[in-house]
Design a protein. Structure first.
Length: 472
């Protein structure tokens, strides 16, 4: 008989560090399968990220009881029944699981409620809300505490949220390797999509090339891929347009590796393989904002300073192409840039593509108000960079018909935005519009600078032009 695999040391050390910070027993849940339509048809299972952080990949319906008083961990997993084996195949025995996870005991998930009084001994019990609402409901009943996955800062007890956020904020070496591995596969997928782009294809045909690379590496999408000539729709879920010569294709896609870590990469390229003069001018503005932000990264810089820097470069560049007018400081103070750049400059990256989303209150030194001297475009987070943080930098410019045609925005920002010129862009490509340009890289903050994990993915216009359609 072969010996069970040994637990990865990183999981053991994380659990030790967590146990040392707990004041009460903690019950963590992996989450269960979530029905997609009929009860027996589920979405692909993906464990909660905090569970993945401490235990690694697991089957649905697992839980872990962590006891700070004796540093013991009781793990719960579903019963091994012939019926379960019939549908999902054999699973490791509880004894194998105990050894491979490095926990003190493995008990039946089905008997969880019966074990809690014995394990808890009347002490207060803590837990966390997770995306699977049925499991969260179970956590509420067991702990007697209100908690909500969707409400920022309400996922669980504040001290616990702070402990988890602080542990997950700066990445350990093996986490950086996991993210880098997802990045390598993501870059290969983007290259495949770029090389298979030509006018006449449908977006979903290009998407198939990207997905094939993920599948070939046993990865899933870390989030629903955005692949659209309507890139001005920020999270465009549709992939049904036929590609036309003058259009720009925006692809925002990232692989999720086997341990749950994500990449999040965006490139924008011309369907024809050649940027129009207008597209190239705006592309270069976005590229400059991307590069300037990367150059500014070092420990001690606050995220709002990167937002401010990107906004300044974008505002100056858009004034240069005639879409904005006035002094840069006035444009930024007015909020007019948000007509073309209506989102934050980036977000943390890790087990979640928007890593630690929902933990902002536990992380932020102050609530993410506007960057200095700026009317608010939204800051996704506002924290000071530290060595080991991995995050995205993703400036973009979007020619959004509903914003450019908005009487309200025209009234508010007519002094700074050349709406007439913007209207010309919206009418380009036979009235289909200009679209949007986003350039997103994944960056690690080192002691001195940014290491661009996505550096191998071309972003210079000439490099892109050489690749588009090269496989066809
Ligand atoms: N990848 C999509 C986003 O960052 O919102
Ligand atoms: Mn992103």
């Amino acid at each position: 008989m072969t010996a069970p695999p040994q637990p990865k040391p990183c999981y053991l050390s994380r659990r030790r560090r967590l146990l040392a910070q707990l004041h009460h027993p903690l019950l963590l849940f992996s989450g269960g399968e979530v029905p997609r339509n009929a009860p027996s048809t589920a979405y692909p299972f993906r464990a909660d990220s905090n569970f993945l952080y401490f235990f690694g990949p697991c089957e649905p319906d697992c839980a872990a009881f962590l006891d700070p008083d004796n540093a013991r961990i009781s793990f719960f997993a579903p019963q091994r029944t012939p019926q379960n084996t019939l549908w999902t195949g054999p699973q490791p025995s509880f004894e194998t699981l105990k050894q491979s996870l490095g926990v003190d005991e493995v008990l039946e998930w089905e008997g969880l409620e019966g074990h809690i009084p014995r394990l808890g001994g009347g002490r207060p019990l803590e837990s966390l809300a997770i995306a699977d609402e049925r499991t969260t409901q179970r956590a509420r009943k067991l702990t007697g505490q209100e908690m909500s996955f969707g409400k920022p800062g309400r996922r669980g007890p504040p001290a616990l949220l702070r402990a988890l956020a602080n542990m997950r904020l700066c990445k350990e070496a093996d986490e950086i390797e996991e993210i880098s591995s997802a990045v390598r596969i993501t870059q290969e997928a983007h290259l495949a999509a770029m090389r298979h782009t030509r006018p006449g294809l449908f977006e979903y045909e290009v998407y198939a090339h990207l997905l094939a690379v993920f599948a070939r590496h046993a990865c899933q999408e870390a989030y629903s891929t955005i692949l659209s000539v309507r890139g001005e729709v920020l999270h465009n879920p549709h992939r049904g347009n036929r590609l036309e010569g003058g259009e720009l294709l925006l692809v925002d896609a990232g692989a999720e590796g086997p341990h749950g870590y994500a990449a999040d990469l965006t490139r924008t390229w011309p369907v024809s393989g050649k940027f129009s003069a207008e597209a190239k001018a705006i592309y270069e503005v976005v590229l400059l904002a991307n590069q300037r932000c990367i150059e500014a990264v070092r420990p001690g810089i606050r995220f709002r300073a990167l937002q401010r820097l990107a906004s300044q470069v974008l505002a100056e560049g858009l004034a240069g192409v005639g879409l904005l007018r006035g002094r840069t400081e006035d444009i930024l103070a007015s909020g007019a840039l948000s007509v073309f750049f209506p989102h934050g400059i980036g977000h943390l990256l890790g087990l979640d593509v928007h890593d630690l989303e929902g933990f902002e209150e536990a992380l932020s030194e102050a609530s993410p108000g506007p960057a200095e001297g700026m009317a608010p475009p939204p800051l996704r987070m506002d924290i000071t960079l530290k060595e080991g943080m991995v995050f995205t930098l993703e400036p973009g410019i979007y020619l959004i018909p509903s914003r450019i045609g908005s009487a309200e925005l025209q009234k508010s920002f007519g002094e700074f935005v050349n709406f007439e010129e913007a209207g010309r862009y919206v009418q380009m490509n036979g009235g289909r519009g200009f679209g949007g340009i986003r350039i997103e890289d994944n960056v690690l903050c080192t002691p001195t600078h940014a290491e661009v994990l996505t550096a191998a993915m071309p972003k210079q216009p000439a490099e892109i032009e050489a690749l588009v359609g090269a496989a066809l």
